[in-house]
Design a protein around this ligand. Structure first.
Ligand code: BES
Ligand code: ZN
Ligand code: ZN
Length: 479
């Protein structure tokens, strides 16, 4: 799919199909002439008339419940209709009073439009592509003239954030056969060149020389060599602070010798979603003029079984010098992240945010739409939760009780890589990560649930969602 051109205007174009956003109300019934049963429910559509023109009404839901999520959903519903209507316009004549910030509402709407058209069809032949009735490559938002400036700014930002989300989704959806650690590093190098970032890539030899024992331990079973990647952004003036992003980049998680059952393995090409979100967010910083110095660390490897693979019972020496007994090779994310977190701390990060499809336990706890957030700094966690909520990315905080540290005690090493069976798996994973951040302010986002969508719905297409990308962008460019 091609990324849509999105325009803003204040007058209803006469030449293209026009959708009018309509709240659930008597007004909706009137505009639809009352004969289509149209009530204005979110996403509902019906022919109608508006200012003496024939239009398609599109439900915006209850006016007193119209929030940023509803705006995003409205944009995505409109986007999904473009293949039937061709290039079209969406008229938004009013927003409800709760949405004082026109720019946030238009941003959500525009992101909805730009994300709602995403499809991963790189590997489909022409014949198997969904039958399109109409060609489309653009859409137009029609807003009252007093909003034009705010709307143009918001659409400009939506373009950058949505394009980054597309990048993350493409990386995640590409099969592991080709999206190897080496390929991911090539894409990161391209991003660095286009976005004016510095890049350092550790190959296998560098990783050995620099004692990235967690990463190498996970990579031991694979023919594909691992990569550690660091992208660096510096603002023009004095940076407000030095921040770090860290992403789990398992390009395929078979579980290793602690092999996953077939069903659980089917979607494990998506186990690099954290690294994809980090790369995607980093790609926007120059364009959005981020005021912080930011390093993005991505730990890339496959997790496969073989004669050279790490075995349950083996002990890895991580970069920090701390040792980890690997009792289950499927708990590999925390091993690769340990080294990436150490690098971030050594480079002097003041705050670290890591993203990882870390635990099935987090999916059990919070399901497919909400990520877990844990960490050692209330303010940082609060910022991420609130930035995420503006972007339609939900987080729920889980505790990190000291008393649970005993869950990861090892008989022979500094710690072990699994907690107690069936008890607080998302928390024991995070407690292990905490061992590597020292006193640095840190938040961990367990995105195992929302990194992947099981259906086409709202702004999501089935497959990788790019979850976390927009939270990071807002966090890095808004404070
Ligand atoms: N990549 C998985 C976690 C995962 C599960 C992500 C489902 C997305 C959907 C991770 O590496 C893993 O396998 N974790 C194990 C840890 C266990 C062995 C302690 C898990 O959650 O079962
Ligand atoms: Zn695993
Ligand atoms: Zn994994």
């Amino acid at each position: 799919m091609k990324f849509l051109d999105l325009f803003v205007t204040d007058s209803i174009p006469s030449s293209i199909p026009t959708f009018v956003a309509c709240f659930k109300s008597e007004e909706a019934k009137t505009l639809a002439s009352g004969i289509w049963g149209f009530t204005g429910e979110g996403g509902e559509m019906a022919p109608g008339s508006y200012q003496d023109r024939e239009v398609i009404l599109i439900g915006a839901g209850d006016s007193d419940e119209f929030d940023l999520d509803a705006a995003r959903y409205l944009g995505a519903s409109f986007a999904r209709r473009l293949s039937r209507s061709g290039n079209s316009a969406l008229v938004i004549s009013r927003l409800e009073p709760e949405l004082e910030e026109v720019s946030d509402a238009i941003l959500a709407l525009a992101e909805g439009v730009l994300l709602g058209t995403y499809r991963y069809d790189a590997l489909r032949s022409e014949a198997s592509l969904p039958k399109k009735v109409k060609e489309y490559d653009s859409a137009t938002l029609v807003v009252p003239s007093e909003w034009i400036d705010a709307a143009n700014n918001a659409v400009e930002i939506a373009r950058v954030t949505a394009r980054a989300t597309w990048l993350a989704r493409d990386l995640i959806n590409e099969p592991a056969k080709t999206m190897t650690p080496k390929r991911f590093a090539e894409v990161a190098t391209e991003v660095a060149r286009n976005s004016n970032l510095e890049i350092r890539v550790w190959d296998e030899q560098d990783a050995q020389r620099e004692r990235l024992g967690g990463l190498l331990g996970v990579a031991a079973g694979s023919i594909q060599p691992p990569r550690m990647i660091r992208l660096s952004y510096r603002p023009k003036g004095d940076p407000k602070a030095k921040l770090a992003l860290v992403g789990k980049g398992i390009t395929f998680d078979s579980g290793g010798l602690s092999l996953k059952p077939g069903n659980s393995m089917m979607t494990m090409k998506t186990d690099m979603s954290g690294a994809a979100a980090v790369l995607a967010a980093m790609s926007t910083l120059t364009e959005l003029d981020c005021p912080y110095e930011v390093n993005g660390y991505m730990a890339l490897t496959e997790n496969l079984p073989s004669g050279t693979a790490t075995k349950p019972g083996d002990v890895l020496v991580t970069r920090s010098g701390k040792t980890i007994e690997v009792l289950n090779t499927d708990a590999e994310g925390r091993l690769v992240l340990s080294d990436a977190l150490s690098l971030a701390v050594e480079d002097g990060a003041e705050k670290i945010v890591d993203l990882a499809t870390l635990t099935g336990a987090c999916v059990v706890a919070l399901g497919g739409e909400i990520a877990g957030v844990m960490g050692n700094d209330d303010d940082l966690i609060g910022e991420l939760i609130s930035d995420g909520s503006v972007e339609g990315e939900s987080y729920w905080r889980l505790p990190l009780p000291k008393s649970y540290k005993k869950h990861i005690e090892s008989e022979i090493a500094d710690m072990r890589n699994i907690g107690e069976a069936g008890a607080a798996g998302a928390i024991s994973a995070a407690l292990l990560l905490q061992e590597f951040v020292g006193e640095t302010k840190w938040a961990h986002l367990d995105i195992a649930g929302p990194a992947r969508s099981e259906k086409d719905a709202g702004i999501f297409a089935k497959g990788g969602t790019g979850f976390g990308t927009r939270t990071l962008i807002r966090w890095l460019t808004k404070h």
